[in-house]
Design a protein around this ligand. Sequence first.
Ligand code: FAD
Length: 447
Amino acid sequence: MSGAGRSWAIVGGGLLGGTLALRLAEAGQEVTLFEAASELGGLAAAWQLGDLVWDRHYHVTLLSDGHTRGLLRSLDLEAEMQWVKTRTSLYAERQLLPMSNAIDYLRLPTLGWIDKARLAGTILWASRVRDGAALDEIPVEGWLEQLSGKSVLEKLWVPLLRSKLGDRYPEASAAFLWATIQRLYAARRSGLKEEMFGYVPGGYARILARLSERLEAAGVAVRTGAPAREIREREGRWRLGFGEAKEEAFDRAVVTLTPRRTARLLPDSSTETRAALGELGYQGIVCASVLLDRPVADSYLTYLVDRELPFTAIVEMSAFVDPSELGGRGLVYLPLYLHESDERFHAPDEEIRASFLAGLQKVHLEVTEDRVQAFRISRVAEVFPFPVQGYARRLPPGRLGHGLHWVSSAQIAGGTLNVNDTVAVAEAAAASLIASGGLEAAPGASS
Ligand SMILES: Cc1cc2nc3c(=O)[nH]c(=O)nc-3n(C[C@H](O)[C@H](O)[C@H](O)COP(=O)(O)OP(=O)(O)OC[C@H]3O[C@@H](n4cnc5c(N)ncnc54)[C@H](O)[C@@H]3O)c2cc1C
């Protein structure tokens, strides 16, 4: 190992920054982790919902998520994981249809036999393509029409694409859908018989508490409530500015934020670098958590192809985790993916609550207002980069200066944001930063 004892600043205390800080400190580096919020965790953080503490955004780990499981193993939590075979549904033409297995799928009334065969062929083909790089330049709509036909495209693919990408979906590349299908089929590819979903009892609150303990034990100085304002080079060191006048200097600095936030931190970097970072557009989210007196359905995930509903999926945590985790109650997430310029992103909480509960009641008639114990809304402007055609080509280099790096979940190929690929990016960057004395970070990796 080269360069032991250098001082490092890691900006951003999500799972990427947390994992990177831990690995650098374990390799003998002197690390300070700066997090803007009052706690570590970012998108994976937990929050208070009524009297319950659970993930602010729904999270599952797949059996095939080797990198996440590796991190949990190093935190001594993997052995406690609970693995569950979950159910999936589709809400289409005002009907709730099971979609958990091949038989459910063959029974789907919304598609004819030829459509079903073409859809199955598309999924099978996409799951077998190993390198999706060539698909990055290909428009998703034309690609799907060619593989699945116009009818499946219109009845299924377009509503599903719209639910994640909004009306801009035609700008997306085929690599986005390829990466999504690859993730769903990763278990079979890696020789496992079937995919299962897992969680650590206590959810991400527990994982992040353990990560904090390990960071402290490894000697990382964790500074929460510390949003970095700018990073500038002075006399060969990187000076991080906080608030009005406070500054701290480090030998090396790694920024783990979204591209736009990263660009804002770098007043001295070239106009091209800042433009390339600022150009990568993002999808945001309005995600409601609804705590109910009892569970609603037995499906973890319900896909929606009904444009009248105000959210884009129904995710029921209580159909997945043990009832004791939630005190026997129902926990439902209602996500709406959208761009932050969309007026719905800024709608008042009461308006969102009224329309989301009315929407939930359309699908599940029995969910009445008196059953709601708590309702809370999360709004995040930048969740995942919009997977435009040519995304990989547009990604600016991660090396921003001598010993200054950008290592981000935006570097995950195909735009499917998940903890597994986020941890993979962190582990790959840590290995190459340690080996190069902080001069090189491996380009974004994906599993
Ligand atoms: C609705 C939703 C559902 C999801 N479901 C799953 C799932 O089921 N399975 C799965 O594997 N993954 C899931 N994910 C993805 C997972 O949450 C992410 O992959 C992961 O949390 C990304 O971590 P990160 O560190 O890259 O980013 P973030 O979590 O965004 O962390 C960045 C951190 O930087 C901090 N920060 C920002 N600006 C500054 C600044 N100037 N100075 C200091 N700190 C700053 C932020 O506060 C934040 O804590 C989901 C995400 C969402 C939103």
